[in-house]
Design a protein around this ligand. Structure first.
Ligand SMILES: *Cc1c(COP(=O)(O)O)cnc(C)c1O
Length: 462
């Protein structure tokens, strides 16, 4: 039995779930064209599609909602949010936005110049899109281990400084004006960066006049891994580690829908010395989001976020959070289900290429695996492989990425250990009948971001 980490909270209100039959789910799946994004949430039993905006708030946060000051200008909740950002993250200036991509939009429009190179530790969909819309050229500078599901390297989120040096040599320091670093990299499986790597990166960037802007969406989960794994940090508080991470940047954006422990919200934040950029972003926020003291959030939402930023830094909360994800990972690993190693912070990633080795990647094994897990137990997951990667615009061929994965993303404070055991059973039941699982072919393929709305049909077996 894997080790358990008891949750440091208990249940005060319950949301009933619908229990359905396999026959019913099979019909839902066919109607959804084997795409879990097209299922109605009422037909899902355990929803592991995403950890974004799906967290359960605490009673203190719910009480905070009642203290919403819905004044158009100067809401007291905005000042509370600024205070929380300063205390937890150490940033002096805050621009609130409706969610993470709103902050990315403001940031890239104001910072980037057309032709700038934007190195990131792997891409994130919306971040890369906003960098490109502002005329930037995305370049991946994550360590090679991040692309290898079998590698047990503990810091798969690290920036490879050699790759960054090569970019500066190739494009010149005037085109590489920033690096974007995301702690606990989403697309790599929730994998952390080490403090040593951030320090080394900071020192290199200082020498070369390169600014560092962080995507701090999952910063508390990264801090947990540093406390647990990196020498010298075991006695540090999570808050001190979080502030230390942010100290290695010039500014940051956050999708508060993850480590903010709220259902909606985001912000941009800057350290002292970045006043010009802060003021530019603050003037643009009124065009796209709302006045600079609410940026698209209700007063009550800012209050819940101010509280969430402090709650997420509780060490025993994080131990239970990451412990729950690891519990599921270990249950599956014991049965030899192919997984991405080591276990990340926000979900368990199945290696569909090895799970369904009889399928060609153009028969969309990860898409079918997600569909089968839903049909088996009503557990909803997400494809992150050939369908998500899309087609090469020049050749029209599938990109066939190295990682062909299914993501089981765990919402924060929502599900119990029994739900994890049930999820593991559903995956293992599919694993036992894996040889009989057929591939898929497109029935409808949208031109852009096809994974959201595509439909499929099983390929008939001989
Ligand atoms: C979710 C996410 C975003 C985008 O934030 P939204 O709140 O969904 O707009 C940006 N970066 C990372 C790493 C994310 O996970």
């Amino acid at each position: 039995m894997p080790r358990c980490f008891p949750e440091p909270y208990k249940i005060k209100m319950v949301e009933p779930l619908q229990v359905t039959t396999k026959e019913y789910r099979q019909r839902c799946l066919e109607e959804a064209g084997y795409n879990t994004f097209l299922l109605a949430s009422k037909d899902v039993f355990i929803d592991l599609l995403t950890d974004s905006g799906t967290s359960a708030m605490s009673d203190v946060q719910w009480a905070g909602l009642m203290r919403g000051d819905e004044a158009y200008a100067g809401s007291r909740n905005f000042y509370n949010l600024c205070e929380a950002v300063q205390e937890v993250l150490g940033y002096a200036h805050v621009v609130p936005t409706h969610q993470g991509r709103g902050a990315e939009h403001l940031f890239f429009q104001n910072f980037l110049r057309a032709g700038d190179v934007v190195p990131m530790n792997m891409y994130f969909t919306t971040t890369r899109q906003h960098a490109e819309l502002a005329g930037g050229l995305f370049q991946d500078v994550i360590v090679d281990e991040a692309h290898d599901p079998a590698s047990r390297f503990p810091w798969k989120g690290n920036v490879d400084l050699e790759k960054l040096r090569a970019l500066v040599a190739k494009y010149g320091a005037d085109r590489v004006r920033m690096v974007s670093v995301a702690p606990n990299v989403n697309m790599a499986g929730g994998q952390p960066c080490s403090m040593a790597n951030l320090k080394e990166l900071r020192s290199y960037c200082k020498q070369n006049g390169i600014r560092i802007f962080m995507d701090i969406t999952r910063i508390a989960e990264n801090a947990h891994f540093i406390k647990e794994r990196e020498e010298g940090y075991a006695q540090w508080s999570i808050k001190d580690i979080v502030r230390e991470i942010c100290a290695h940047s010039d500014g940051a954006w956050m999708s508060a829908k993850k480590d903010g422990l709220v259902n909606i919200g985001g912000f941009l934040a800057f350290h002292k010395g970045q006043e010009d950029l802060f003021e530019q972003c603050r003037s643009m926020v009124v065009v796209y989001e709302g006045l600079h003291t609410y940026g698209g959030m209700a007063g009550r939402d800012m209050e819940a976020l101010a509280i969430g930023l402090r709650e997420v830094c509780q060490a025993d909360y994080l131990a239970a959070r990451v412990g729950q994800v690891r519990f599921l990972h270990e249950l599956l690993d014991e049965e030899k289900v192919p997984l991405v190693h080591p276990c990340g912070g926000h979900g368990v990633f199945l290696n569909a290429r090895e799970f369904l080795p009889h399928l060609d990647q153009d028969q969309y094994p990860a898409q079918m695996l997600a569909a089968q897990i839903y049909a088996e137990g009503g557990v909803r997951s997400m494809e992150r492989g050939n369908v998500s990667a899309g087609r090469d615009p020049e050749t029209g061929q599938n990109r066939r990425p190295r990682l062909e994965l299914v993501r089981l993303t765990i919402p924060r404070r929502v599900y119990t250990q029994t739900h994890m055991e049930y999820t593991a059973e559903s995956v293992i039941d599919v694993f036992r009948r894996r040889e009989k699982v057929p591939g898929l072919a497109f029935a409808y393929e949208p031109a852009m971001l096809r994974f959201f709305q595509a439909q499929f049909a099983p390929i008939p077996q001989e």
